[in-house]
Design a protein around this ligand. Structure first.
Ligand code: PLP
Length: 394
């Protein structure tokens, strides 16, 4: 009999968003007229910007024309688009070559697939609270996971520890769920640590476009020494509303070598074996995000979410709640009042104020007692949630 991958049996039930949905449905069944404010799921709500829509339509028309039709695309990405993304990095002072850019169907795919490059018996360091997929993909792969918890006093930005090590280090900055962002000095410590120990940093930059503070790094490659120890995983999901369209890119520098093996060359071999590239239509739509017009339009959508964040920040301030995030990230992370645990606060907000958020415990044990608000919802619901919270006798 075939033996399945028994590591799947070690996975915890992914009950977080499922339970939120079930509790919400039960509430609506009991209160069919309730007007809920949805501040839970981190999915965008604004449509794709006009420049992208135009490019997608053109690409569809190309596929109908025998002279402009495209079949299989190059597995690592259309060369012109790889160069465009490299040029985008260079415009920010980061020297990246087109061959170091790999086009993908989004960050989630890459965060798990990239484990193919490493010995499955190796270890992974995950800073928590964390995007839950980090733990799950490493569990599925059978890797040894070490958790590095963090708290409000260190702004949820844990630094290298003498006692907890991992060969592969996941860093998410700006962070989901806490909204915290590492500064240059802090990232330099992680880069030095990784180079010293021969580890590799997987830098998840899915929210880099939300950084407002010019002193904060958007890319790990802004840090000296990162080219010998880091892989960066990026996505247009939140930058340009591609959650349902699917596009991302991964940067693997030529200098990233372990045990004499070039990780860049290994990833070329992996992609050319395991994928047939991202679709022509999607790559053409993604290219439009890197045009002047596309960038301006995508930024205008980001500003909409940032105004939602500003409303929630003001709400937190006026209520005197302890919180972080929101300034350089689309999430607000707050300490639940009155020592409530995460799920009790979820129930309280749903029942008393008809607001839905995400319990912090879903992002790791140290998220217990915290709560995440997403700012990707509509302005109306965000303002209504704020009004209800401010009017509530806490
Ligand atoms: N990384 C982080 C930290 C995320 O929060 C998300 C999605 O919410 C992803 C990656 C997944 O992004 P994508 O839509 O590109 O798969």
């Amino acid at each position: 009999m075939i033996s399945p991958n028994m590591h799947y049996a070690e996975l915890k039930d992914s009950y977080l968003f499922y339970t939120i949905k079930q509790k919400t449905l039960a509430y609506l069944q009991a209160h069919p007229d309730a007007k809920l404010c949805h501040m839970g799921v981190g999915d965008v709500t604004l449509p794709l910007c006009p420049a992208v829509i135009r490019a997608l339509h053109e690409a569809v028309d190309d596929q109908a024309d025998p002279l402009r039709f495209h079949g299989y695309m190059p597995e690592c990405g259309e060369p012109g688009l790889r160069e465009t993304i490299a040029a985008f990095y260079r415009s920010r002072g980061v020297d990246i070559a087109a061959e170091e850019v790999f086009v993908s169907s989004g960050a989630s795919n890459e965060l798990g697939d990239i484990l193919d490059l490493f010995d499955p018996h190796g270890s992974t360091l995950i800073m928590e609270p964390a995007y839950p997929a980090y733990v799950d993909v490493n569990t599925m792969a059978g890797r040894q996971i070490y958790h590095l918890p963090s708290g409000m006093d260190e702004h949820f930005l844990p630094m290298p520890s003498d006692t907890i090590h991992g060969d592969l280090i996941y860093i998410c900055s700006p962070n989901n769920p806490t909204g915290s962002v590492y500064n240059r000095e802090q990232l330099k410590e992680w880069v030095d640590y990784a180079n010293l120990h021969g580890s590799v940093i997987l830098f998840d930059a899915a929210y880099e476009a939300f950084i407002e503070d010019d002193s904060l790094p958007h890319s790990i490659f802004e840090i000296e020494g990162a080219r010998t120890c880091a892989i960066e995983i990026c996505s247009l999901s939140k930058t340009a509303g591609f959650t349902g369209t699917r596009f991302g890119y991964t940067i693997i520098p030529a200098e990233l070598v372990r045990a004499g093996m070039s990780l860049n060359r290994m990833w070329v071999r992996n992609r050319t074996t395991k994928t047939n590239g991202v679709s022509y239509i999607i790559q053409k739509g993604a290219a439009a995000v890197f045009t002047e017009e596309g960038r301006a339009e995508a930024l205008s959508n980001l500003r909409y979410y940032k105004q939602n964040a500003a409303i929630m920040i003001e709400t937190m301030e006026r209520l005197g709640f302890r919180y972080c995030g929101g300034l350089n990230a689309p999430y607000i992370w707050m300490k639940c009042p009155h020592q409530m645990d995460s799920w009790s606060f979820f129930d309280y907000l749903l029942n008393e104020l008809q607001i839905i958020g995400t319990p912090g415990i879903g992002f790791g044990n140290c998220g217990e007692g915290y709560f995440r608000f997403s700012t990707f919802g509509s302005r109306e619901e965000t303002m209504e949630a704020s009004r209800r919270m401010l009017a509530h006798p806490w």
